[in-house]
Design a protein around this ligand. Structure first.
Ligand code: COA
Length: 153
């Protein structure tokens, strides 16, 4: 697969039946992965938005974000290890920005581990700037979180 194959990636709403594959990606992506119940609560919440990226029917990434009043809070995004650096996260962020535009939200905020160079680089590419620090936000490693924000058009 090369970059041009991104057109074959389909983004659709996450369903409970997707969780086995989603959890497999989640477990290798984060030190404190979300549980199945956390995803299920998301799926049944009216303010949560959860999408998967699929390739030939396989789940290769996902995104979860909240929409509250005029704000989006990006809570989770991950891509399957063997499909990284192929613009899948970029496509998922594109879906979030599309929904943001439909809902008329004005800005997006997120927290990211200070050491997560790949994610910070990606967010900066999409117009996010660092707006603050939450010291020792991640309790298991006592790592700081950077707060990043983007103004949405
Ligand atoms: C961060 C993550 C979601 C990126 O997914 P991806 O599909 O590989 O990202 P994309 O291919 O869309 O990359 C978009 C841009 O992000 C940046 N980027 C992504 N991975 C990078 C890396 N390893 N190093 C440096 N920059 C990187 C680049 O600017 C890239 O654009 P480019 O390829 O034109 O240079 C993925 O690495 C991942 O799942 N990480 C583990 C989970 C995680 O940390 N999530 C974020 C929580 S805040």
């Amino acid at each position: 697969m090369n970059e041009t194959d991104i057109k074959d990636i389909i983004v659709r709403k996450m369903r409970p039946g997707d969780l086995k594959e989603v959890l497999a990606i989640e477990k290798v992506s984060f030190p404190t992965p979300w549980s199945e119940n956390m995803f299920l609560e998301e799926l049944y919440s009216p303010i949560c938005n959860d999408f998967v990226a699929t390739s030939d029917g396989e789940i290769v990434g996902y995104i979860s974000f909240l929409t509250v009043l005029d704000e989006i809070h990006l809570r989770n995004i991950a891509v399957r290890e063997d499909r990284k650096r192929r613009k899948i996260a970029s496509k998922l962020l594109g879906e979030m920005f599309k929904i943001s535009s439909e809902k008329g939200t004005n800005w997006c905020t997120l927290e990211v581990r200070k050491s997560n160079y790949a994610a910070i680089t990606m967010y900066k590419k999409f117009g996010f700037v660092i707006s603050g620090i939450r010291p020792r936000y991640y309790s298991e490693t006592r790592e700081d979180a950077l707060i990043m924000q983007a103004t949405l058009e």
